[in-house]
Design a protein around this ligand. Structure first.
Ligand SMILES: Cc1cc2nc3c(=O)[nH]c(=O)nc-3n(C[C@H](O)[C@H](O)[C@H](O)COP(=O)(O)OP(=O)(O)OC[C@H]3O[C@@H](n4cnc5c(N)ncnc54)[C@H](O)[C@@H]3O)c2cc1C
Length: 459
């Protein structure tokens, strides 16, 4: 998700929230390491939210077991080094890497190395594969910004219109302008993980951001999880099928490999898993939780890394924006040569096209993406020598990429999902925090928030 620094507005509340996060960790840190000695907690999911919660609870003496369906930790934070440079399967950037960003703090703690990605260092191409001149780029960005400003200035938070409806009401001609649609897709659909037809017009841009230009972690993003996972009892390849919180004292979690019991359960499975009712809650989740799960959106973002023998593109240019039809089809490319020695282009499909791309075979995906590249570089584009793909929408333990506000949803649909249920069961994960939904730092903060609830209960 690049360009977040462009399209995520900075509100006062982001600073309040950020200082709150720091206060949270330091306040908790001074409490006794034995405070939770007789407390047991089951954490479902070993992504950054689950590991963050587990780490904090263990520091306070709780007995913690993490139950993870996949054979590895990380969830949507996972680095694949098979191409010789880090291919980030899920999260790729630290958005707003200021010193108060909790993800940046984790990355600094493991000595991570960063490269600032420069949104301005980009070349954009039209539908026929010809480069846009500067005036056209300015027109596109101005139009996109004008819509955002119009919504900011005229829409109440509860306005039920979608972003596409808002564009239609303001400047209908934009909807048939492929260049302007490119900006809404490559910037907004990518940033929010959902099609503009499905995004809430007033809310999609109301979230918060930390300061600073986005960075990629050249030493591998998932390194930040190692200290969190250290000395935690993590059971991998174990699928949670039900969570029973009927009993006032014990939570019973059923898995495909046996039953676990504890005083508390923090469930961090992605929104897609909750939407698909993959886990049976006993009793069922309260009706307002169920309604919020339904109201929030969960789309996809598809990544494809193509490694070539030789570069056929300008190796100094960081991004290539391709106007494509349908919108969302491999419309943004990151050039690895700007931060590594590998001849890799990382393509992105977003919006509803990502849902289609996720369902393609790898070969179909590669052909589809090469078609887009050949529209610009024609016969210079040779067959790739290595390929990596993602299919988040069909991954059974994620079923999408990240959450977004749909028309008719509210900020509290995110935040209230994180409220403890019967003081025993807590949902956490990126979908439970409106301000920082769809980010690693947001997910991590919800893990800390869930742990903090248990620490407070037991203190
Ligand atoms: C393609 C993509 C690009 C992204 N780009 C960025 C970015 O650039 N910057 C950024 O900050 N964020 C980005 N994000 C978002 C970020 O990755 C997530 O917000 C964050 O990693 C979510 O963490 P989590 O702990 O909430 O969930 P997850 O990491 O998904 O963890 C949940 C865990 O639950 C497990 N699970 C699911 N079902 C079960 C079950 N039944 N039993 C046991 N375990 C189960 C899953 O396997 C998973 O490991 C991106 C995400 C994607 C998919």
């Amino acid at each position: 998700m690049l360009n977040r620094n462009i399209n995520r507005r900075h509100f006062i509340k982001s600073f309040l929230m950020a200082s709150g996060a720091i206060a949270l960790t330091s306040r908790i840190a001074i409490r006794s390491a034995h405070a939770l000695e007789n407390v047991s907690v089951l954490v479902v999911g070993a992504g950054i939210a689950g590991l963050g919660a587990a780490h904090m609870l263990r520091q306070h003496g709780a007995s913690v077991t993490v139950l993870e369906a996949k054979p590895h930790i990380g969830g949507r934070l996972l680095t694949d080094w098979s191409m010789g440079a880090p291919f980030e399967v899920g999260a790729g950037w630290i958005h707003g890497p200021s010193s108060d960003n909790p993800t940046k703090q984790l990355a600094d703690a493991v000595g991570a190395k960063y490269v600032v990605t420069d949104d301005e260092n980009a070349t954009y191409f039209d539908l026929d594969g010809y480069e846009y001149d500067d005036d056209e780029v300015e027109r596109i960005v101005d139009a996109w910004e004008a819509v955002l400003d119009h919504i900011d200035n005229n829409y109440e938070a509860n306005d039920p219109r979608s972003l596409v409806q808002a564009i239609k009401d303001y400047r209908p001609a934009y909807l048939s302008d492929p260049a302007i649609m490119w900006a809404f897709s490559a910037y907004t659909e990518f940033s929010k993980g959902g099609a503009i037809e499905k995004l809430s017009a007033p809310l999609f841009n109301w979230d918060s951001a930390f300061d600073g230009a986005d960075v990629v972690v050249t030493t591998g993003y998932d390194e930040i999880l190692k200290p969190l996972a250290d000395r935690i009892d993590i059971k991998l390849s174990l699928n949670v099928t039900s969570i029973n919180y009927e009993d006032d004292d014990q939570i019973v979690v059923q898995t495909d490999k046996g039953t676990f019991e504890a005083d508390y359960c923090i469930c961090t499975v992605p929104l897609g898993v909750l939407k698909a009712n993959k886990i049976k809650f006993q009793p069922g989740l309260p009706s307002d939780y169920k309604a919020s799960i339904k109201k929030l959106g969960f789309g996809s973002v598809t990544k494809l890394a193509l490694k070539f023998e030789e570069p056929f593109w300008d190796i100094e240019t960081q991004y290539f924006g391709m106007t494509t039809e349908p919108k969302g089809r491999w419309n943004y490319w990151l050039n690895y040569r700007t931060f590594s020695d590998e001849n890799i282009l990382l393509g992105l499909s977003v919006g509803d096209y990502a849902l289609e791309a996720d369902r393609m075979s790898d070969q179909e995906m590669v052909e589809d993406a090469l078609d887009v590249l050949r529209n610009v570089w024609e016969d210079d584009v040779e067959e790739p020598i290595e390929v990596l793909t993602t299919h988040w929408a069909t991954d059974p333990f994620t079923l999408g990429a990240y959450s977004f506000p749909m028309p008719g949803s509210s900020m509290s649909d995110f935040d209230d999902l994180g409220d403890p249920i019967d003081d025993r069961l807590i949902l956490a994960g990126e979908h439970t925090i409106f301000d920082y939904a769809g980010t690693t730092h947001g997910a991590y903060m919800t893990g800390l928030r869930a742990a903090e609830f248990i620490i407070d209960e037991e203190s």
